[in-house]
Every structure is written in C-alpha cells, then in structure tokens.
Design a protein around this ligand. Structure first.
Ligand code: FAD
Length: 306
C-alpha cells in the first residue's frame, strides 16, 4: 500500500520547490529528488530581473533562497537522480532513484530542460575545451579575454551582458536577424561598447590546439566569412527535452516535452508536469512557480475528495 499523502517531486528548480512548499503547507508529504543543486537553472543565470519582488537579483542568490525556504519548511532533499518513472498496474507509479525504488500515488515531474547540443567541425581536436553552457559558472575563467556567445534569444543576450562586464570583448552570433529578445535586454546590450552582434550568422568551424582559439562564422545570406579570435564560447541555442526517464505512453508531445492541461495534469491520472519540462509557451521562473503551486493544489484537492 502506498502512503497517499506522499508526493514524489522530481527536480527542485523553482517549480519543484514551489510545489514542495505548497504540498507541505497542505499537510501532504513531498518526497523531493534533485540530482544537482536546488534552484535548477537559476544557479546558471547571472541576473533575474523579471521575477516580481526580486529586484536586480543574482540567479544563484534566488537558488540559495529557495534552498533556505525548503529547510525552513523542513522539506528534506534527496540528492538522487531519478532514473525511471513507470506506471504500475494499479495506477500508482514506481520511481527508481539511485539503487532504490518507491511507489507513489502522485508524481510531479519538475525536471526542467537540457540545452540543445551544439556541434561544429573542429571541436573534436581539443575535446570541446573552451565551450560552455553556463556564463556565470565558467565566465570568470575568461576574465579579460575575447569570448563569443551563440544564440539570439533572451538567455544569450542576458549572459552576453554579464560576460561583457568581465571579458575584454563579446561577440554574439545569432542565426536570424529577427532576434527573439526583449527590447529592454537588447537596449542594455546595445549600450555596451565592448560587444558586437553578428546576425544572421552561423558558426561553421572552430580551431585551437588544446582549447578553443577561434571561431569561423558565415553570414547565412551573403556567405561572407569572418574568423573571430576567441578563447571561450558560450552556447544558448534553445531547450531540448530531457524526459526519456519517464517510461509511460501518451505523456509526451512530438518534440518530447510533457503534455499537460491547464491544471498541469498529464493525460495519465495523478501524473503532473510543471515548469520548463512541459509543452509551455513560456519557460520562465514565474511560470514554473505558478505551475508548481497549481499542481500541488490539484493533488491536495484530489487527496481530500477521497
Ligand atoms: C541563461 C539563462 C537565463 C535565464 N534568465 C531568466 C530570467 O531572467 N528570468 C526568468 O524568469 N527565467 C530565466 N531563465 C529561465 C529559468 O531559469 C527557468 O524557466 C526556470 O529555472 C525553470 O524552472 P523549473 O523548475 O521548471 O526547471 P529548472 O530550473 O531547470 O530545474 C529543474 C531541476 O530538475 C533537476 N533534475 C532534472 N532531471 C532530474 C532527474 N532525473 N532526477 C532528479 N532531478 C532532476 C535539475 O537538476 C534541476 O535542478 C533563464 C534560463 C537560462 C538558462
């Protein structure tokens, strides 16, 4: 028999933390799993300027505050990767983590997204040394040097602004001229004097001995090529689903993201998905916390109605 009060929360980014706090306040028991750090992607973000009440805050500060809040609510974090979620015959779920497994009536999937892989000829020579997906983690290694950022969205430009504060020069390489970036962010970028935007350009080659030393980019309209001497390259080209560990039919869309209704319910009863990992139109902190709060509320309602 499963303890129906127990809810598996898989991933403790802002979404999973919000869900865990709401569950706890409802008198339920969140069993929370996290394979890396509480706070998820906020650990890898320089500034979060658009989360209400968090004025000019640093992403890692939000992550720490989320961790503190879990402690304040006495919610234990199981620092384990969930390897598999399967549906039992009786409609409960089996969650496999580390070498253990446990059955749950309710599961909230809050595992975020992965970065899209970026491959360019030449990288194999130096084992991708010099490439990174996290400016705040690796940017300080390139203090005073030239770096590139690949991507044309908010994340790319926000992190380019941060890199420009520590690096000598930042080149942003965007595939489209029609950038998907908020005006406020673009205005801040354009006001900097140590940045250059290359759009519409693709990265066609890279070079280096033991680590990256240059990128060759090509204008995808004129085919003009430019070689940029850079020691670091930060890649923000979009999100890829990381949902393979859920071995249940009918819960993913064509791209591999979890499908939910407006109440965060997947097509399988008592299985919820929140935040970045679901097929949402906006992947941001506000969305993740709202989704988490709603999923916890729906679970509590279901529990109470029985
Ligand atoms: C560079 C960058 C800048 C950004 N800037 C902003 C911004 O300014 N404003 C804003 O609102 N949003 C911003 N975002 C987006 C924001 O960070 C995300 O929308 C938000 O973190 C999503 O929360 P989440 O809880 O859904 O997922 P995540 O924060 O991704 O958390 C998911 C968690 O699940 C864990 N996990 C994954 N798989 C497993 C598993 N199998 N087992 C156990 N744990 C697992 C991960 O380790 C992670 O901690 C930015 C993102 C990036 C990358």
């Amino acid at each position: 028999m499963v303890d129906e009060k127990e809810v598996a929360v898989i991933g403790l980014g802002p979404g999973g933390v919000a869900a865990s706090i709401y569950l706890k306040r409802y008198g339920m028991t969140p069993i929370a799993f996290e394979r890396e750090n509480v706070g998820g992607k906020t650990n890898k973000t320089d500034r979060i300027e658009n989360y209400p009440g968090f004025v000019n805050g640093k992403g890692p500060e939000l992550a720490m505050a989320l961790e503190d809040q879990l402690s304040a609510f006495q919610i234990k974090v199981n620092y384990k990767e969930v390897k598999k979620v399967a549906l039992n015959e009786d409609g409960t779920f089996k969650v496999f983590y580390g070498k253990e497994e446990k059955d749950f009536k309710y599961v909230i999937l809050a595992n975020g997204v992965a970065e899209k892989p970026f491959d360019v000829p030449g990288q194999e020579k130096f084992h991708k040394r010099g490439f990174s997906g996290c400016a705040i983690c690796d940017g300080p290694f390139y203090k005073g040097k030239n770096v590139a950022v690949i991507g044309g969205g908010n994340s790319a430009f926000q992190e380019a602004i941060y890199l420009a504060s520590i690096c000598s020069h930042v080149s942003v390489i965007a595939h489209h001229s029609n950038l998907k970036v908020m005006k406020g962010v673009l205005d801040k970028f354009n006001a900097l004097d140590n940045v250059t935007l290359y759009a519409p350009y693709d990265t066609v080659e890279c070079d280096g001995e033991t680590s990256l030393s240059s990128l060759t980019i090509e204008n995808n309209e004129t085919k003009e090529r430019v070689t940029l001497p850079v020691s670091g390259c930060f890649v923000y080209i979009g999100d890829a689903p990381q949902t393979q560990f859920v071995d249940i039919e009918g819960v993913k869309d064509g791209k591999g993201f979890f499908v939910t209704n407006e109440l965060m319910q997947t097509p399988v009863k008592n299985l919820y998905a929140i935040g970045d990992c679901r097929n949402t139109a906006l992947r941001q902190v506000t969305m993740a916390v709202a989704d988490g709060s709603l999923a916890a509320t729906m679970i509590h309602k279901d529990y109470q109605s029985r």
